[in-house]
Design a protein around this ligand. Structure first.
Ligand code: NAD
Length: 342
């Protein structure tokens, strides 16, 4: 692999997510598109050259220009482990869509497979590449002592997810973000779920808990709300940073030390500590392209490649399982080193 040669990437699964990876691999000059695998073919016409769509991984690996350097695994979550086995066994590096696997047990096996094959692996927790969240994290110092990370990720049901519920499909974004922004593992949590659509899996979850550094967190996630909201807030002694990841906007609501003197009605209405508000002008890059670029930087051995490690992906799946345990038992669950301990 020459250090400046574009890496050849493939995509497994040309569904809702895989088609976007395929688009970027075909258009980003820093990468080359090696092909895509989907037994259902190219439903979304995501691939320009029909000969680059294969029905099996074996056919991709046997293509005349050789196996790809890396592949994005964007098949349904329950099939991640099988897909990674086939790719890593052939020496192909893997960027696995989030969540890493449908169970913590599968996630552990997946890590073993990748390590045994000696290839690189990372997880596609793409929210970490959202410009608003990256900027929020870089500005955390402005908040002083931080005491809450709260996320809201609600919207209508995308009628495609069959294998997992909203906790593993959607809340895994939030369970990753609260640890990444709060800068510590989760110590304990309590969750409530709802099954309003009468499917096998839950469609709403509320999670409240605390990180090992004593910061509180809260996540509200569902497939039942008739409008889409993607909001992350961090509260500290200096005020609140709010990221809207749908619009890639970041705002800072400062606590004021200017009192509203002599106007008690206004003071009651506006609160005592409402100060200036700033909405930052951000450079906006497509998060998925940034994620692929960071993964290529990892493969090139560049310092500081910001990828989400497989171990972090496992921890997120283990926390998601703790959420389901808590909701089923109606109890607070303590976590030890990322694994449910009760
Ligand atoms: N990062 C994100 O924000 C995000 C968003 C959506 C989905 N995802 C993840 O992406 C993955 C795929 O989700 P989706 O919404 O695109 O699902 P989808 O059902 O739209 O697409 C999955 C595709 O995989 C194909 N497929 C099934 N088995 C295969 C195999 N063995 N080899 C190759 N292709 C196979 C199917 O034919 C289908 O076209 C899931 O893990 C999901 O959690 C991540």
């Amino acid at each position: 692999m020459g250090s400046h040669e574009p890496l050849r990437g493939a995509v497994l699964g040309l569904g809702m997510m895989g088609r976007h990876h395929a688009r970027i691999l075909q258009s980003n000059p820093a990468m080359r598109f090696a092909g895509a695998v989907d037994p259902g073919g190219d439903r979304f016409r995501a691939v320009g050259e029909a000969a680059r769509v294969f029905a099996t991984v074996d056919a991709l690996l046997a293509a005349p220009d050789g196996p790809p350097d890396f592949a994005v695994v964007a098949v349904p979550t329950e099939e991640h482990l099988t897909a990674v086995r086939a790719l890593a066994g052939a020496g192909v590096h893997v960027l696995v869509e989030k969540p890493l696997a449908a169970t913590a047990e599968d996630a552990r096996s997946l890590i073993d497979v990748v390590r045994a094959a000696g290839v690189h692996g990372a997880v596609g927790h793409v929210e970490r590449c959202n410009p608003a969240l990256r900027a929020l994290r870089a500005k955390l110092g402005e908040l002083g002592d931080i005491f809450l990370v709260a996320t809201e990720r609600v919207g209508p049901f995308p009628d495609r997810v069959r294998d997992v519920g909203v906790v593993k499909d959607l809340a895994t974004h939030d369970l990753d973000l609260v640890r990444w922004l709060g800068a510590a593992p989760i110590q304990r949590l309590a969750a409530e779920t709802q099954h309003r659509m009468k499917r096998d899996h839950e469609d709403l979850v509320l999670v409240t808990g605390r990180l090992e550094n004593e910061r509180a967190f809260n996540c509200m996630v569902d497939w039942l709300t008739p409008t889409k909201v993607r909001r992350t807030r961090v509260l500290g002694e200096g005020g609140m940073l709010v990221a809207d990841t749908l619009r890639a906007d970041l705002s800072f609501y400062k606590n004021a030390d200017v009192p509203t003197q002599g106007w008690p009605a206004m003071q009651a209405l506006r609160g005592v500590a409402e100060g200036d508000m700033v909405r930052f002008a951000l450079e906006r890059h497509e998060p998925l392209a940034v994620e692929l670029e960071e993964f290529c930087a990892l493969l090139r051995g560049e310092d500081g490649a910001a990828v989400v490690t497989l171990e972090e992906g496992l921890e997120t799946v283990a926390v998601a399982e703790a959420v389901l345990v808590s909701a089923a038992a109606g109890e607070t669950v303590a976590l030890a080193a990322g694994s449910p301990s009760s």
